[in-house]
Design a protein around this ligand. Structure first.
Ligand SMILES: [Zn+2]
Length: 471
């Protein structure tokens, strides 16, 4: 009996090993994401596979042959609206060969790659279908180095903002980047079915609405829906839109669920200013590995190149980034607790845009149940967007790019500019100073917490910025 049982057990084991060796990774699910210029299909697999992709025309089709796989899910539930895909069919050509056929209403350029498991997902096969007429898919080819470094080394494609119209009155463009998206959900919320990617998009849309309501400003969304954009593509989109400022919106998680409060980050080339900053930078940078832009060796190469370029041109925009970041942070402090009172610096890849001041706003910790609840409410999203808008406006009223409507306003003396602090000189009265800066006596008093009009020579006064609304 014992020997018989052993033989049976060995037999079962051998059969199991044979089945394993004979392949058959299961396709456990298929996900579809539509971006403005491409459609991404992600096959979730139980193990590694080999694959090939080819196109057929008349009618247009894409054929994906997956060796070592069988379909363990239905393809019928995919939402194909707004995609060039009219249907997805499959056939098991043999025990190990799965063929998936994608019927199309228009020709597309396919690009495919496999991804190894990470914290969030197992083995994946990713097939990107680029709409024809859209930019050629270059993410994984050596030309990535040409598209990735943010500085126009060879001035073939100068960003629009480098050609200001003399005495023009163009809008100041704020690129608003909703973090994560598509199969990269970002941090998980304790609120059921909610993810960071949804919160960031909701706040980004509200921020765009508020910025567009300000004369002389225009908000441009980097991500407009639920799809993935590689980190470097985000700064590229911002540059194409002629951004004067790049604001990336996040709502993140910390290992401790008790962590709370908002933070603002600017890029640091020399390392993070705090452990939290370092931890977050790692988590945010992993987005590309989750989303599939990751090719580590290429990444390292353009990091080196970017490093050289950053050294040349980073300083100016870094001080602008810190300046605008501090203003945003101060305003956020009026409506939500702050995690840190000053702008922190970390090596976020999404901020590596030397010619555009860039900040990353952590609107709160979505891992904190109380903060998560607030982050999902429209009123809190509006308040957060308002505080960011105010900070951005303050920054540009003091530092309007030449050729903009706001620069014109400043030149016409219609907004307060110049020093934000005033050291009282002999013979000056509070009323005189208020008049000089074109602000009300009451505003000057309240900015300096003065009860009366008594000031001393040598005293430093804070000069509040006047808002356009007050004109
Ligand atoms: Zn994030």
């Amino acid at each position: 009996m014992r020997i018989g049982a052993l033989v049976t057990a060995v037999g079962v084991l051998l059969a199991a090993l044979a089945a394993e060796a004979l392949a058959a990774s299961d396709v456990r699910s298929v996900r579809l994401w539509r971006a403005p210029d491409n459609t991404r299909l992600v096959f979730d697999l139980s193990g590694p596979v080999q694959h090939s992709v080819f196109t057929l025309s008349a009618p247009d089709r894409i054929v994906i042959d997956v060796t070592g796989a069988k379909l363990a899910t239905s393809l019928d539930q995919l939402s194909l609206a707004n995609t060039p895909i009219t249907g997805v069919r499959s056939a098991q050509r043999s025990a190990e060969e799965l063929r998936v056929v994608i019927d199309l209403s228009a020709p597309v350029s396919p690009k495919s790659f496999t991804l190894a498991p990470n914290q969030q997902y197992g083995h994946r096969l990713v097939v990107d279908l680029f709409d024809q007429g859209s930019a050629p898919p270059a993410a994984q080819t050596p030309s990535v180095a040409a598209s990735a470094p943010p500085v126009p080394v060879t001035p073939t494609q100068p960003p629009p903002k480098l050609t200001p119209v003399p005495n023009g009155k163009r809008d100041i463009v704020v690129a608003i980047d909703a973090g994560h998206g598509g199969e990269d959900p970002g941090a998980l919320s304790p609120v059921k079915g909610q993810y960071e990617k949804n919160v960031t998009l909701a706040i980004a849309r509200e921020l765009q609405r508020q910025i567009n309501a300000e004369k002389g400003f225009r908000g441009e969304l980097v991500r407009t829906g639920d799809y993935f954009i590689p980190l470097r593509k985000r700064t590229e989109i911002a540059r194409k839109k002629g951004a004067d400022l790049f604001v990336s919106i996040h709502a993140d998680a910390a290992p401790r669920s008790s962590a709370f409060g908002a933070s603002v980050y600017a890029l640091s080339e020399r390392g993070a200013t705090s452990e939290t900053a370092r931890w977050l930078a790692d988590a945010e940078n992993q987005s590309d590995l989750i989303g599939g832009a990751g090719n580590v060796s290429l990444d390292d190469k353009d990091k080196m190149l970017a490093g050289v370029l950053l050294d040349l041109s980073m300083t100016a925009s870094l001080s602008s980034s810190l300046n605008v970041g501090q203003k945003v942070l101060s305003n956020m402090g009026n409506i939500t607790p702050l995690h840190k009172r000053r702008v922190e610096q970390a090596g976020f890849m999404v901020l590596k845009s030397p010619d555009i001041p860039s900040i990353l706003v952590e609107t709160g910790f979505i891992s904190n149940p109380n903060e998560a609840k607030k982050l999902h409410t429209a009123s809190h999203q509006q308040a957060l967007a308002r505080s960011i808008t105010t900070g951005v406006k303050q920054f540009f009223h003091e530092n309007p790019p030449p050729g903009t409507y706001v620069a014109w306003l400043r030149d016409e003396g219609k907004i307060a500019a110049g020093p934000r602090e005033h050291v009282v000189a002999s013979g000056e009265s509070l009323a005189l100073i208020a008049q000089r800066y074109q602000i009300s006596l009451a505003a000057l008093r309240s900015a300096n917490k003065l009860n009366g009009d008594v000031i001393k020579v040598g005293q430093t006064l804070q000069i509040p910025a006047t808002s356009l609304a007050a004109q």
